[in-house]
Structure formats: structure tokens, C-alpha cells
Write a new protein. Sequence first.
Length: 235
Amino acid sequence: MNNSEIDVYTTTLVSSFYHRQAYYLSLLDANELAIAKRFKFPQVRDNYIVAHGLLRETLARYVNVSAAQLRLTKTALGKPFLADYPELSFNMSHSGNSLAIAVAQQCQLGIDVEYYKARDTWAGMVRKCFAPEEAKYWHSLEQSEQGRAFYQFWVRKEAFVKADGKGITLGLNQCVVNPSGLKRFLRVPEACGAAQLWRIDAFSLSVEVMAAVVCDQQEAVLRFLDFSIFQESLL
């Protein structure tokens, strides 16, 4: 991997990895195991175990160490990183049965995946989380178009705040997606640098699942890879 590449691993069938759950469980550290035990619903717990097992398995391939030996830690604001390999940038998102992991070198990187579902709270969330330009555009749409448009903005905003590392404390209404060109930001908080330094790559995992990658490398090229390589490794 070179500095101009972002590897993106995706699946819409996390459950297809359940047969490897015992193996993934063996990879998790004490903190991950404690989190897994707190989930009340079995499917949520199982998805967490699979997602974090796949994350470890993915990262291990880049640094050439055992997945179980990776020391995953977080910044004070919750952004994950590898304690022994801070130059490797990565981010993960999962929603329902879908999962995406992005990996790159030495950049600010975020990814978000969202499963589309109808809501009656969109207007309130737009009022709270959208900037005036975004809200004006959203309200101008036909009602039948507003749902998908909401998620188009949402995945981009979430990916940005994850890339910056401050999460939603940054304020989703402070990172402003250009309604006229959804690949760019109109504004971002001053502490995050110039808006034009950030790029957005959006894609769909299925008709119902939207996703976006945000990073501060304008020349980066996305490579989409298949998690099935990990399934084959234990055959």
C-alpha cells in the first residue's frame, strides 16, 4: 500500500461470518470482550464480535503481525488507532448487517455506513444537524426524495467527524456538504483546515445501504476489496 491508496473492505452480510465467531472472539482484547458482554441482544453482540474480528484480521495484513497481538487503543475523544503502528490510518462503520472498513497510510480517514429506513424525525434532525445551505436544499426537495437525500448528507458528515477524530462533539452542522456537488465541503471548522483539502467518496453497498469515505488526501484512489479473502484463509 502506498500513500495514494485507500483500501475499502465491505460486506452486506456480516452474518455470513458467524461461523468464524469463536475464532474472532479469540482475537479480541480484554476491553473488546467487556464491551461484547454488555450487549443485551445476541445479534448486536454477534455483529460486534465479527466486526472487530474482521477489523483485527484486516489490519494485521498491513503490519504483518498476529491479529490478536494488535494493540488497539483510542484517543481521548474516541478515535481508534494502533498503538504500535500510528502511521496506519483506519476507520470502521457498521449498520445492521453491513460493515465497511477503510485503511490508508498517514491521513485523516473516516468512513460511515447507514441503512436506509423511513423516519418521521428527519425534519428535526435537519434543523439540528444541517447548516442553512443544506437545510434549504433539503426542504426544497419533494417529500419522496427527502429520505435518501438526508442519508446522502448524513454519511458524509459522519465520515468527516470520524476522520477529524472529534466525533459528533465537533457539531455535524459545522461540516457543510455542498448541495450542488456532494463530493466537496463548502465549509469545515477552522481547526480542520481548508474545506478544499478534504475529499468525499460516496458509494452504495446496496439499494438500502449508503456509505461515504472522507479523507484529507485529494489524490487518493479507492480500492474496493472483498472480505472473502479472510474466509478463505481458514479453509
